[in-house]
Design a protein around this ligand. Structure first.
Ligand SMILES: [Zn+2]
Length: 376
């Protein structure tokens, strides 16, 4: 149906389900597996778009819920769409707002029509429906739009999860009808079904029927134990078609990225690298580092000796610690740039390893160093 996106499967790792692919949108190519930095409020926090681009990022996320409430999608549309509004010329994926309506929306009420919620900004009442979510995403002009779905809280019982999954399928059908710009924008469906294998299979069968250009796995990484995450992920991926990109929503810790890629996932997003940065935390080849630690007071080494980002080429840990301790804005800017670069670059190394059929070896190599937390 959509003509705005294509996916090529370039290579499959010989020992795992990991795969190397390429997505092409109207705003360029995206080498997969890919990590997508999150720009919630039409900005990747504390970073200029040109600096995000310098990290090697080829696609970022915009947030439908936040941009709908403020400034309003009509303003973004009038400004020429989200790419122009925020000065980002590569690809953009927008979520549907569903996750935020369910997790942030106070006094929410779910009906077949949609979800009623109160704004976290001024308490005003709103209704988000499959049609209005797609309407907002059409205004934003994202390359990849996500279907409006219901993400069940963890844990949820079987009957609730089943009804919610079935409603997500009915909402997907309405999203497809509301999608009027198939020349320029693509719509991905979202698989739900909680932690019930049979519901995941049924959900996948139902959404794949619509022959969409890509599919996301929603409703996992919602607070469950890691073993349960791995178990359901393994079967979820097998239910999705091989010739379409697969997106695991809201996952961004290195261990989950490796597990996702190993299981055949192509796309990931998470606020983690920029959020950690604002708390003085760096993701490095040797694990997470808290720049606040007194041991870095006289450390004139780069943050990560194996990183070639702008920050590691030009600044010392001592300086970064000083900025953080002095509450300087530059602290968040520099740590965000390094953290985004670290994840984007780790994905580039995973892609190379897949091409060379040594994904498992690379994973072991990564973990042999990354194991330690908060120490260099
Ligand atoms: Zn760096």
């Amino acid at each position: 149906m959509d003509k705005a996106l294509s996916f090529e499967l370039l290579h499959k790792d010989s020992k795992t389900k990991a795969r190397r692919g390429r997505i092409t949108t109207r705003h360029g190519t995206i080498e997969t597996p890919v990590f997508m930095p999150v720009g919630t409020q039409a900005t990747v926090k504390a970073m200029k778009p040109e600096d995000v681009e310098k990290t090697g990022a080829e696609i970022i996320l915009g947030n439908t819920y936040h941009l709908y409430l403020r400034p309003g999608s009509d303003i973004v549309r009038e400004a020429g769409g989200l790419h122009r509004f925020m000065n980002w010329n590569k690809s953009i994926l927008t979520d549907s707002g569903g996750f935020q309506v369910f997790s942030l929306g106070q006094f929410r009420k779910i009906t077949e029509e949609g979800v009623k919620f109160k704004s976290y900004i001024d308490g005003s009442s709103h209704m988000m429906t499959p049609e209005s979510s797609i309407g907002v995403q059409l205004d934003l002009g994202s390359d990849i739009m996500m279907a409006f779905d219901e993400c069940c809280p963890y844990p949820s019982d079987y009957l609730y999860t089943k009804r919610s999954m079935e409603r997500t399928t009915r909402w997907l059908e309405r999203c497809i009808k509301a999608h009027t710009n198939t020349e320029n924008q693509s719509l991905f469906g979202i698989m739900q079904g909680g932690f019930y294998n049979d519901l995941r299979r049924i959900s996948a069968e139902q959404i794949v029927e619509f022959d969409l250009p890509g599919y996301a796995i929603g409703g996992i990484s919602v607070g469950e134990p890691k073993e349960q995450f791995l178990e359901i992920l393994d079967s979820c991926v097998d239910y999705l078609p091989e010739d379409k990109p697969r997106y695991l929503m809201g996952v961004g810790t290195p261990d989950y990225l490796f597990e996702g890629v190993e299981n055949g996932v192509d796309m990931f997003d998470c606020v983690l690298p920029t959020r950690l940065a604002r708390h003085g935390m760096a993701m490095t080849s040797y694990g997470e580092v808290s720049i606040k630690n007194a041991c870095y007071q006289r450390s004139y080494e780069p943050l990560d000796s194996e990183c070639d980002c702008y920050v590691c080429r030009n600044y010392s840990r001592a300086y970064l610690r000083h900025l953080f301790k002095s509450d300087e804005i530059l602290s968040s800017m520099l740590l965000s740039e390094h953290n985004i670069h670290f994840l984007v670059n780790t994905m580039a190394k995973m892609r190379k390893a897949i091409e060379e059929d040594r994904f498992t070896e690379y994973k072991k190599e990564f973990y042999s160093k990354y194991g330690g937390k908060c120490e260099l």
